[in-house]
Write a protein that binds this ligand. Structure first.
Ligand code: TYD
Length: 210
């Protein structure tokens, strides 16, 4: 069945570092494309030339937590204006590795940013716009940390945070999922990649491809 003419959707993937999102995103995008859907795959922070420059700073330069939150939303505003909203308007679906739920989890949960400030920025940058579906990959931070350690990649500023930080990030993600149960689906990521992929496929098919 062709879905190219149906309403374009915005799907986001979330989870703590080491949850195994990346390969799942590739598989989900491949699934949508196999159904004839035109998809733009993108990420945050990033997704535009300016956003990628902000990403470099955010991942490697130490900064005040309010600065960090504002730069995350500045990159997001550019991403929405230059890429996400034009793509959706043209009928292309958008799949993003992270969006505003990550700011709630990392900056409010992890860093302790005031929630009202987060809410004000969210309201400013995308008042009445949210993803159609968010897949939250959940697993214990210790398991995620051992996966990251095994990857051999040099850790960025967030990945160097301690265990407690990721416990707070995880808890904030789960709270956000509780508050938005219709949008955010929690996926148990403490399983084999094949099992996780099968669940992602089932959710996407049931929601959009049936
Ligand atoms: P990610 O792309 O998952 O990192 P990687 O390329 O290493 O897989 O995300 C980059 C980091 O940015 C991640 O540690 C989470 C953090 N982040 C925030 O703290 N707040 C945000 O709003 C976003 C989008 C990301």
């Amino acid at each position: 069945m062709k879905h190219g003419s149906s309403k374009a959707r915005f799907i986001t993937f979330e989870g703590i570092d080491g949850a195994g999102k990346s390969s799942q995103i590739d598989a989900a995008v491949a699934l949508l494309r196999a159904h004839g859907i035109v998809v733009e795959q993108t990420r945050e922070p990033g997704g535009t030339p300016l956003g990628e420059r902000l990403r470099e700073l955010l991942l490697h330069e130490s900064m005040d937590r309010e600065t960090e939150a504002m730069l995350m939303f500045a990159a997001r505003r550019e991403h929405l204006a230059a890429r996400i909203l034009p793509a959706l308007a043209a009928g292309r679906w958008v799949v993003s590795d992270r969006f505003t739920d990550a700011t709630y989890a990392y900056q409010v949960g992890g860093r302790g940013l005031d929630e009202a400030r987060f809410a004000a920025l969210e309201q400013w940058v995308h008042a009445d716009f949210q993803p159609d579906l968010t897949l939250l990959f959940d697993l214990p931070p210790r398991v995620a940390a051992s996966r990251l350690a095994g990857s051999g990649a040099a850790p960025d500023r967030f990945e160097r945070e301690q265990h407690d930080f990721f416990e707070r990030v995880r808890a904030a993600y789960l709270l956000r999922a509780q508050r938005h149960p219709e949008r955010i689906r929690v996926i148990d990521a403490h399983r084999s990649p094949e099992e996780v992929r099968a669940e992602v496929e089932t959710i996407i098919k049931a929601r959009f491809l049936s």
